[in-house]
Design a binder for this molecule. Structure first.
Ligand code: FE
Length: 183
């Protein structure tokens, strides 16, 4: 199957599931994150990263989220990034990989960021390891895609508004097609 069709099927299927206690579904959350990125004029690879950042939460071919709900980190950022790496380059996959670390990073370096987190996000922060130490934050800044991951993280945090108009998956198809790595 064409990878973009495969993604569309995930958004339409698993994506309709509740998003860990938030007021939007998993798919709405990701579509909204991408819409926020697009509205800010972000480059295509970042709109895609925002759109796909939580793909690792989905069941089926990607991973399960049962562990997460049981209070354990299901490492969704890594499983998602590894799965995406079959079809997209590092400019898309690495911000996805680092978007959970970016939350821990922002909690460490930005006073006030913690206060912006939703209740569910505070809960997951705990299982993801809590705020970074200054040393960890320094190492994070050195990683490829770290700066982009911070941008994705900020859209992620804002993309939980049930009132926000959200485009459908098809809106992003051409952008995704343009980023596919073909061998
Ligand atoms: Fe998210």
């Amino acid at each position: 199957m064409n990878p973009v069709d495969e993604l569309a099927a995930l958004f339409e299927g698993e994506g309709g599931a509740e998003y860990l206690g938030e007021e939007v579904t998993q798919a709405e959350h990701m579509l909204q994150a991408a819409a926020l990125a697009e509205a800010e004029g972000a480059p295509a690879h970042l709109v895609a990263a925002a759109l796909l950042h939580d793909i690792g939460h989905f069941h089926g071919t990607v991973t399960g989220r049962d562990l997460m709900e049981g209070g354990l980190d299901n490492r969704h950022s890594h499983t998602g990034a590894d799965w995406l790496a079959r079809h997209f380059g590092p400019e898309v996959t690495e911000p996805v990989r680092l978007h959970v670390a970016a939350k821990r990073y922002l909690c460490a370096v930005e006073p006030g960021y913690f206060g912006l987190l939703s209740e569910a996000s505070v809960h997951t922060l705990r299982v993801q390891g809590g705020p970074m130490s200054p040393e960890e934050a320094g190492r994070f800044e050195e990683r490829d895609g770290a700066r982009d991951a911070v941008l994705v993280r900020r859209w992620d945090e804002r993309a939980k508004d049930p009132e926000h108009p959200t485009p459908g998956f098809d809106h992003f198809r051409p952008l995704l097609e343009g980023l596919l790595v073909r061998d």
